[in-house]
Design a binder for this molecule. Structure first.
Ligand code: NAG
Ligand code: NAG
Ligand code: NAG
Ligand code: NAG
Ligand code: NAG
Length: 592
């Protein structure tokens, strides 16, 4: 009797469906929004910190030498972009070149946030099947290496270039080394300048001329001369970290190769590719793939240290890994376009925003090239945050997207001081720790306004009522709670064991949201399940917590799930005026 599992279990275990628990909040910026109030708190705390109070001395020391800009954005509230904070640290800026006071149009290097642009451009430009191509299809030096190595093939020392796909390198699971000569500070390369290095590390002394002769790009003073094929020739024989498809290993190397791959498959230079696929369609005026030289643009640029050694470095073939420039206003447009599937079909976006691999920690996963963080609410509900971090030279940046709420935020920071990375991460934590709970509370308040209440049919002859509420405590699992349900005189709530109603037994969560299109939003019941006879163990717990395998869509009537509720909402306001419990085939109007 699956109906019993669906409706009748007593509480204790939070079973959930992956994804949002409420429709995304629509008001982030008005005076009455909890998100705006929380943002104000965060920024007030930061201001006070710089004045010697607020978050305390330790935080002040960490933050004060970093110039940074942070801001929110939302699909449902354009005003969310007014939630910003900017800090200009004179000690972090060049002083004679560049901006004197940062704002949302200040141009920073975005370091490895560039990798997200690279994959985004690829998502737009490539055919689905291109992602499955092996790198030997693209790089003749890899093909030659594989052919040569075939005879005495040795998986510990030979990279299997014919087994690594374009998609693998986009997701950091090609097993490639992180960096490659001459980039990323190889000690042998450094020894050319500083002869004592091998001895200091206790390394054998090598014939530098002979060793470096393997790497065509090591010869160049000007790194811009290094071509991707020369680079590939140098890197072909370097050993792998993992066999292809084993485990994520962050690889700048892979993104240099991905840049050339996109260029080759599209027949465009990377500059043209970024411009044609992203910058132009989104109207990004301040996102650049080369350092600005125009004095008017330089005036808005965040220059830390000597520009020749930091801001204006020419990235050459590392552009696709870390060579782009942007502002938080432009990153808001990019983030919004991803969340709204402006440049991609929606199904492609949804598949893109998924993990490709786990990591050694339950709270983090990796995608293409997403660094995914899993925020756990006090109720046990998980909010996934799809991000890309950049951290190189004097620049640290972050773009973070929360698809469950249709929102995101970005932070760009600059400083020659070593505190820079930790400072930006601290700001990200401040935002995440305060804004995510506020988003949940705001979404709950809006669900109370837009969905809670009593629903009944027009025809008074039917004794049918559905009453929905929202939980009041932060520890209660969020969702629309079914507090009463009578259908044609059958009291479905009376079938529930005592105690279930007080602890919010049946929660409805949105599964298909098309409020702006058809004006319909489908919800399904996620349950709180009674633990099975053996609780707390991995396998025994499956049906208790994983609704996708256990209760969802289990009990149908003529093919329609008893646990599906389709709300009819006003396209503009998001307010429901009726619901159809699908299996019951009746439209119930909303009474307040
Ligand atoms: C803002 O901070 C004050 C004082 O710390 C706190 O009492 C209040 O609840 C906070 N408001 C929000 C919306 O976070
Ligand atoms: C999202 O896309 C829809 C069209 O599909 C458009 O009407 C809407 O304005 C977009 N939202 C934002 C915030 O760009
Ligand atoms: C180092 O290698 C180069 C090139 O193979 C060779 O010409 C040179 O004699 C070597 N130097 C020494 C000190 O062995
Ligand atoms: C500022 O940049 C100039 C080059 O434009 C450089 O000579 C100078 O050393 C830089 N100053 C600082 C403090 O880095
Ligand atoms: C409607 O049904 C409920 C549950 O079976 C019952 O308690 C109630 O008396 C009924 N109301 C009317 C007006 O029949």
């Amino acid at each position: 009797m699956r109906v019993l599992t669906l409706l009748l279990y007593t509480t204790t275990v939070l079973a959930g469906l992956q994804g949002p628990v409420y429709p995304a909040p629509r008001d982030l910026s008005s005076r009455s929004s909890l998100v705006a109030a929380t943002w104000k708190n965060v920024t007030t705390a930061l201001e006070q910190t710089f004045k010697g109070g607020g978050l305390g001395e330790e935080t002040a020391v960490l933050l004060k030498h970093t110039t940074f800009s942070a801001g929110m954005f939302s699909l449902h509230d354009r005003g969310a972009q007014s939630l910003q904070y900017h800090h200009t640290a004179a000690s972090s800026l060049n002083g004679s070149v560049g901006v004197k006071k940062v704002d949302a149009d200040s141009i920073y290097r975005i370091a490895s946030v560039s990798k997200l642009f690279t994959v985004y451009a690829g998502m737009i430009e490539l055919d689905e099947k291109d992602w499955d191509r092996p790198l030997t299809d693209i790089f003749p030096p890899f093909k030659q290496f594989v052919e040569k190595a075939a005879k005495g093939f040795d998986p510990v020392h030979d990279v299997q270039w014919d087994k690594i796909t374009v998609g693998d390198i986009a997701a950091h699971i090609g097993g490639l080394p992180r960096g490659g000569i001459p980039f990323d500070g190889d000690l042998l390369v450094q020894a050319v300048q500083s002869h004592s290095i091998p001895k200091r590390w206790g390394l054998p002394s090598l014939n530098l001329t002979k060793e470096l002769a393997r790497y065509p790009c090591a010869e160049y003073e000007d790194m811009e001369k290094c071509t991707a094929l020369q680079y590939a020739q140098g890197t072909a024989a370097n050993p792998p970290v993992y066999a292809p498809g084993t485990s994520p290993i962050y690889s700048n190397n892979g993104f240099i190769l991905l840049g050339h791959t996109l260029s080759k498959l599209s027949g465009k230079s990377l500059d043209d590719l970024y411009h044609d696929t992203i910058f132009k369609p989104l109207g990004l005026k301040d996102t650049l793939s080369n350092a600005p030289t125009d004095p008017a643009v330089l005036k808005r640029s965040v220059v830390a240290g000597d520009p020749a050694a930091s801001f204006a470095i020419k990235s050459g073939i590392t552009k696709s890994s870390g060579g782009l420039f942007s502002t938080i206003n432009d990153l808001a447009k990019v983030g919004t376009s991803i969340l709204n599937s402006t440049l991609l079909p929606a199904d492609k976006t949804r598949r893109w925003m998924k993990p490709v691999s786990f990591t050694s920690d339950l709270r983090y996963a990796a995608g293409r090239p997403w660094e995914i963080y899993r925020h756990v609410h006090p109720s046990g509900v998980v909010t996934d945050i799809y991000t890309k971090l950049g951290d190189s030279g004097y620049y640290t940046g972050l773009l973070a997207l929360l698809p469950d709420f249709g929102v995101g935020f970005s932070i760009l920071g600059a400083s020659p001081h070593a505190t820079r990375s930790a400072a930006v991460q601290l700001v990200a934590d401040l935002i995440a720790d305060t804004v995510i709970p506020a988003l949940m509370d705001q979404a709950k308040n809006e669900a109370l306004d837009n969905f809670a209440g009593t629903y009944a049919p027009k025809d008074k002859r039917f004794n049918t009522t559905l009453t929905l509420s929202v939980p009041t405590s932060a520890k209660s699992p969020p969702g629309l709670v079914v507090s009463q349900w009578i259908s044609d005189g059958a009291d479905l709530t009376a079938l529930l064991p005592k105690g279930l109603m007080e602890t919010s037994g049946i929660r409805l969560v949105p599964t298909i949201q098309d409020g702006a299109g058809s004006g319909q939003v489908a919800f399904r019941a996620a349950t709180l399940n009674k633990p099975g006879p053996i609780s707390g163990h991995l396998f025994s717990k499956l049906y208790d917590v994983e609704d996708w395998t256990s209760t969802l869509d289990m009990l149908t009537y003529g093919g329609l799930d008893l646990a599906e509720f389709v709300f009819h909402v006003d396209r503009k306001t998001g307010k429901a005026d009726a619901v159809t419990p699908s299996a019951y085939r009746a439209k119930l109007g909303r009474r307040k």
